[in-house]
Design a protein around this ligand. Structure first.
Ligand code: PMP
Length: 286
């Protein structure tokens, strides 16, 4: 993805896409001292852009990284990138990381904190699955305990098992993998949160050990606003066969229906899923 035209914001300046490079002794590359955001710009406006900037700063704080930028400065950097590339509808990726310091090692308190913003035009995250219903594998890895790693951060280190699980899923012809958490409860997919529907009511895992997605929070509010009961609670895998609909939510995924999880769990793309996908689509472009 590095050889193309365009502009990337790096440490306060717009640079050519091809020149947006870091040194090989970057701390983040060796020790995962990196946090990031994924956002979508619709018709010229980033949906909940400021919330994403605040989450980036909070993710950094959770990793003991003090953001050199305020949320307003991050907002401006994102807009600069969209303007420089002439995008009104795009995915925006912000990344903040520890650079290389005066020596190389785990300790990095004095290494510079760096930030970059890139944007590109990006359609549906799950391709055709967005309309036909995604098929999910069940990940062999578990989402870790919040006592093991700061699970509320959108931090690079938390994605190692996501990439591994997604590769395993793709090898089986699935679009994504569903994780259980360290206790065995249903958690999330590798880059999206999960919801279930039963008898017109919505059930979604309590976000106490995984990323409480901005889309997830938006969807819960939209459902409540239209009078749908939402139960945020611990969900056991044994319960999943009793649900009628299932969908994923995320900035990239938006609302994506799920048709199948593992070999045994099948879902219809029903009224609640279709309705909330429509509502979300309207909201982001409002
Ligand atoms: N979980 C994970 C692991 C993710 O990567 C994402 C995407 N950021 C989400 C959930 C959904 O978060 P959001 O709705 O804020 O994009």
């Amino acid at each position: 993805y590095d050889d193309r035209d365009g502009k990337i914001w790096m440490d306060g300046e717009l640079v050519d896409w091809r020149d947006a490079k870091v040194h090989i002794l970057t701390h983040a590359l060796h020790y995962a001292s990196s946090v990031f955001e994924g956002e979508r710009c619709y018709s010229g406006k980033i949906f909940k852009g400021h919330e994403h900037s605040l989450r980036l700063i909070e993710s950094a704080r959770l990793l003991d990284i003090e953001s050199p930028y305020t949320a307003e400065e991050i907002d401006r950097a994102k807009q600069e990138v969209l303007d420089a590339n002439g995008f009104t509808d795009a995915y925006v990726r912000v990344v903040m990381w520890r650079g290389s310091g005066s020596d190389m090692g785990v300790s990095a308190a004095r290494n510079p904190v760096r930030m970059a913003v890139a944007a590109w035009e990006w359609g549906s995250y799950y391709g055709d699955a967005k309309w036909q219903g995604a098929k999910l594998d069940i990940a062999k890895w578990k989402r870790p305990s919040p006592e093991t790693i700061p699970t509320a951060a959108k931090a690079a280190g938390l994605y190692m098992i996501c990439t591994m699980s997604k590769h395993a899923a793709e090898a089986k012809g699935c679009s994504d993998a569903l994780f259980m958490d360290y206790r065995g409860y249903v958690a999330e997919a590798t880059g999206a949160n999960v919801f279930f529907v039963k008898d017109g009511e919505v059930h979604t895992p309590l976000a106490d050990a995984f990323l409480n997605g901005i889309t997830r929070q938006t969807i819960i509010q939209l459902l409540k606003d239209k009078g749908v009961a939402v139960h945020e609670r611990h969900i056991l895998p044994e319960e999943v066969s009793g649900f009628q609909e299932c969908f994923l939510t995320g900035t990239a995924a938006e609302v994506t229906p799920v048709a199948q999880i593992g070999e045994d769990w099948h879902f219809q793309i029903g009224e609640v899923t279709r309705g909330i996908a429509d509502d979300y689509e309207k909201l982001v472009r409002a």
